[in-house]
Design a protein around this ligand. Sequence first.
Ligand code: DAH
Length: 357
Amino acid sequence: MTETVDALRARHLADLAAAATPEAVEAVRVEALGRAGTVTALLRSLGGLDAEERRRVAPRVQALREELAAAIEAKTSALAAAALAARLAAERVDMSLPVVPEPQGSIHPIARVMDELAEIFADLGFAVAEGPEIEDDWHNFTALNIPPEHPARAMHDTFYLEGEPSGRVLRTHTSPVQIRTMTGGRPPIRIIAPGRVYRSDSDATHTPMFHQVEGLVIDRDIHLGHLKWTLETFLKAFFGVQEVVLRLRPSFFPFTEPSVEVDVGCSWEGGRLGIGGSASWLEILGAGMVHPKVLANCGLDPAEWQGFAFGCGIDRLAMLKYGMTDLRAFFDADLRWLRHHGFRALDVPTLSGGMAP
Ligand code: DAH
């Protein structure tokens, strides 16, 4: 009998240890403690023993029953705890993960540069202004002191809209936004106007549609020094450099007097463009003091109000900053190019975060 108790104990505990599921544990319980179980049978058989033998064996069988019951319960709760832990791990929700998959698209370098322009100039107190891309002759030319028959009109390779008696055009520059801003509000004015412009021209450095940003400041006592400081401040922030050297060359635009072409000092060490110094020069924009006739065309008294304006090619700014060589690639919609040169959708430029590439 003693051997039976020990053998049963060893067998059931080994089965229990091997049981990996609640069903296997239950099978051990039924086999040992169930109505037809081995230990139950043993307990029943105690009645057939003589008194002394019973006194000797009964406590051992009882103890075996209790030990197995306790071990089964412990194993059951251990399996339940393990199952819960596995389920919690499997159903874990990472609250820090984005709820939608990573966006697949990217921000086009031109859009990125426009965002950078808005950020930098907003910090200087400039608002962003807009105008229509289909523009009338007056805003695009006449009000800007480019009268009919003026040779500057031919220089612009204008797209004229067919059958338009009033002479509507695809705007050839963002300068008409100057006119719309001055006729639509009162000074002081500080705006930039980024947007699409159109000219009938196409090669590696010209596309029929391209982008410009116009700048306009109208106030009292404005002079060329304000223009130079504004451009320096902009270029330092845009290219992420401590110092820039500007060169203002006399030039001609009908809507500014005096007019300048602005070069920024740069270097080409190892074939790589570096902004700063004056080893070499890059022409980056046209600018000047707003012509008194333009002010008068907009109903402003040139004796009271002065201002400066500038116009700059955004595509060229993007090429210089991000190292692209062919302007046409900007508009090819080649996904490989966009993946390589595009910006992450959530990567919004901020002055505090830094604008440099
Ligand atoms: N509108 C000129 C162009 O497209 C660029 C320009 C030059 C704009 C001088 C200006 C300026 O505001 O002052 O070529």
